[in-house]
Design a protein around this ligand. Structure first.
Ligand SMILES: *[C@@H]1O[C@H](CO)[C@@H](O)[C@H](O)[C@H]1NC(C)=O
Ligand SMILES: *[C@@H]1O[C@H](CO)[C@@H](O)[C@H](O)[C@H]1NC(C)=O
Ligand SMILES: *[C@@H]1O[C@H](CO)[C@@H](O)[C@H](O)[C@H]1NC(C)=O
Ligand SMILES: *[C@@H]1O[C@H](CO)[C@@H](O)[C@H](O)[C@H]1NC(C)=O
Ligand SMILES: *[C@@H]1O[C@H](CO)[C@@H](O)[C@H](O)[C@H]1NC(C)=O
Length: 561
């Protein structure tokens, strides 16, 4: 297994073709230098205070009252010539390299984080380390921000006063069909009863020399996946069913979707889950088809291109379809049952929340609310779909999102100012429109300098619950996943009815290091200001309360983190 934490494909999977041009930042923000992929077998992470005390020599973090500005300078290393060459060849690891004055260790893998039982952040340093950071937060705030607090509190109260979780009006099937005629002509309303994933046979009218992926936009735009498709192309003809001179290919949709949210550990979940032999994911990690490519959105800022037809999306599941087809054709019952256990998954972290395309496509709406949402279509085709959601404290999510997507001049001050501006814009919208209209308002979402809306989990979830039933969801918290990955993975297996793993497979799945961690250069930024945190807690509070209520689980109120 490779763990390339910083490589571009891990970071920006939704725009596969970008890799050629180096990374360009996330969907909303632009021009991020692309972290290089050197040292692929290394993983960077931070150790927490206990660990630091344990390894007393490493104690470099400033304590308590030290001025933050000074701290930053210290960290940037202007004053600091502290480069520790350290040898801690003790219990578990082969080598550590302490990089600069940060509390980061470069650890050559393979390693066992079992050596750090007290440190949940090791599991997914994208997150719990952020949580941990607040233990070190300077007690000094930026005074000018503290002075502003009462004004911002007014904005937050004004938003809270207008928070109304109304039930949305559901579109009827005929309207959905009118919107997506082609999709409805391709996807049947009944699937093969013999496979766990929704699959069906479709006639293939080409010849044995026809390239089935010739026009696939995913292939055209992403060089990286060409070799995957070359393999598929070679195997293609061998996986057709031939009846009365006609040829049929097996088509499949995912059995389950990891629908969200960004910066909540979905990548880690994906990386672990795909180690299960019964799980097959799409050829591209995050196809973003339901929310973006279907509308021709490749990069949000670039405007619209040609829409990717549903066939392009289905092609992404061909590898799994080939195996399922083999199982259906197999003579031996053993072979059949083995292949029939295969389930297909998809992990686009935009599926839950991103409906930004709607304004360009659906002209009639009631009071600014979208007439159709992504889940309406998924449900129309796959009423039995299983949905996995990973969430985390939305305050931490936002900061992580900011660090990940913001372009330059990242700092606690910059974050604070962006949060304030976003809150003002959001309130402004709430004065005129409903909560739902604002959350799905593309103009507003693009205008906000941080993606405030993505943390309003309750709004999205309630809208998903208008079409899917609660039993179809498994909703996890990253905080729990990080502190006991074995437990959450077992919940996932159970939810997906997956067979048990061998001891070795299980060990691999639960021991492998976290995916998609924070970039090293961002780690040096430290935490957000306590005042920013307070503001965000105030803002997200009522939404969290509502979420906890819907899920009947206080943990989702994030009161204690
Ligand atoms: C506090 O925020 C202001 C901007 O409002 C900024 O100019 C100043 O540098 C910040 N102070 C500290 C100590 O970071
Ligand atoms: C393709 O089909 C033709 C006959 O239609 C046959 O002669 C040829 O060998 C086939 N090629 C492959 C690669 O199967
Ligand atoms: C939108 O327009 C379609 C016809 O184009 C109509 O059937 C539907 O009821 C309208 N929806 C709303 C919310 O007005
Ligand atoms: C979205 O928000 C902008 C700015 O707040 C507003 O001008 C626009 O009318 C809103 N659009 C919809 C569809 O609600
Ligand atoms: C970042 O800061 C530098 C100097 O402080 C400034 O010149 C530059 O315009 C800033 N960039 C952005 C995107 O704000």
């Amino acid at each position: 297994m490779r763990h390339c934490i910083n490589c571009c494909i891990q970071l920006f999977p939704e725009d596969a073709h970008k890799q050629q041009v180096a990374c360009q930042g996330g969907p909303h923000h632009s021009h991020q230098a692309c972290p290089s992929c050197k040292g692929e077998d290394k993983i960077l992470f931070r150790v927490d205070s206990k660990q630091m005390n344990l390894l007393a020599v490493l104690e470099v973090r400033t304590e308590g009252n030290e001025n933050w500005g000074g701290f930053l300078r210290f960290r940037k290393g202007k004053r600091c010539s502290l480069v520790f060459g350290l040898i801690i060849m003790t219990l578990v690891m082969a080598s550590y390299i302490l990089s600069g004055a940060h509390q980061e260790l470069l650890i050559s893998s393979p390693f066992h984080y079992g050596g750090f039982p007290s440190n949940p952040s090791v599991m997914d340093s994208e997150s719990p380390s952020d949580v941990k950071e607040h233990h070190y937060q300077p007690s000094v705030n930026n005074i000018s921000y503290v002075k502003d607090y009462p004004n911002i509190k007014l904005i937050i109260d004004s938003i809270a006063a207008r928070n109304e979780f109304t039930t949305r009006q559901l579109p009827d099937l005929q309207d959905l069909k009118r919107q997506e005629l082609h999709m409805f002509s391709v996807i049947p309303n009944k699937f093969l009863p013999t496979s766990k994933s929704p699959c069906w046979y479709e006639e293939f009218s080409g010849r044995n020399t026809t390239d089935p992926y010739l026009t696939n936009s995913y292939v055209l735009y992403s060089k990286r996946f060409r070799s995957t498709f070359d393999t598929l192309r070679k195997a293609f003809w061998g996986h057709l069913s031939h009846v009365h001179g006609k040829h049929f290919r097996l088509r499949c949709l995912p059995h389950f979707y990891i629908i969200g949210q960004p910066k909540c550990g979905t990548t880690d979940l994906y990386d672990r889950l795909r180690l299960h032999p019964e799980v097959k994911f799409s050829a591209i990690k995050e196809p973003h088809w339901w929310t973006r490519k279907r509308f021709g959105i490749v990069r949000l800022r670039d405007g619209l291109r040609d829409r990717y037809p549903v066939e392009d999306y289905l092609d992404l599941f061909d590898l799994a379809a080939h195996q399922i087809h083999q199982g259906l054709q197999a003579a031996s019952a053993e072979q059949t049952s083995k292949m029939n256990r295969i389930i297909i998954g998809e992990a686009s972290a935009s599926t839950m929340w991103d409906n930004n395309a709607w304004t360009f496509f659906y002209d009639n709406s009631t009071d600014g609310e979208p007439p159709f949402l992504t889940q309406d279509f998924i449900h129309a085709f796959q009423p039995e779909a299983k949905l996995l959601v990973m969430l985390r404290d939305p305050v931490e999510r936002l900061y992580s999102d900011y660090l990940y997507f913001a372009s330059s001049n990242k700092s606690a001050d910059d974050f604070h100012e962006k949060v304030t501006e976003a809150l003002q814009l959001f309130e402004n919208c709430m004065l005129d429109y409903s909560l739902r209209a604002c959350v799905y308002n593309n103009t507003l979402n693009n205008a906000m300098p941080v993606r405030l809306q993505v943390g309003l989990y309750a709004v999205y979830l309630l809208d998903w619950l208008t079409v899917f039933s609660k039993e179809q969801f498994l909703i996890l918290r990253l905080e729990d996943h990080a502190s006991n990955v074995k437990y959450t993975m077992h919940k996932v297996f159970q939810f997906l009815n997956l067979g048990p793993l061998s001891e070795k497979q299980e060990a691999l799945m639960t021991k492998s290091p976290a995916s998609n961690t924070r970039r090293p250069e961002d780690r040096s930024l430290g935490p957000m200001w306590p005042i920013t945190q307070k503001i965000l807690r105030d803002f997200y509070g009522p939404f969290n309360t509502r979420l906890a209520q819907v899920l009947d689980d206080e943990a989702f109120a994030w009161k204690t983190t």
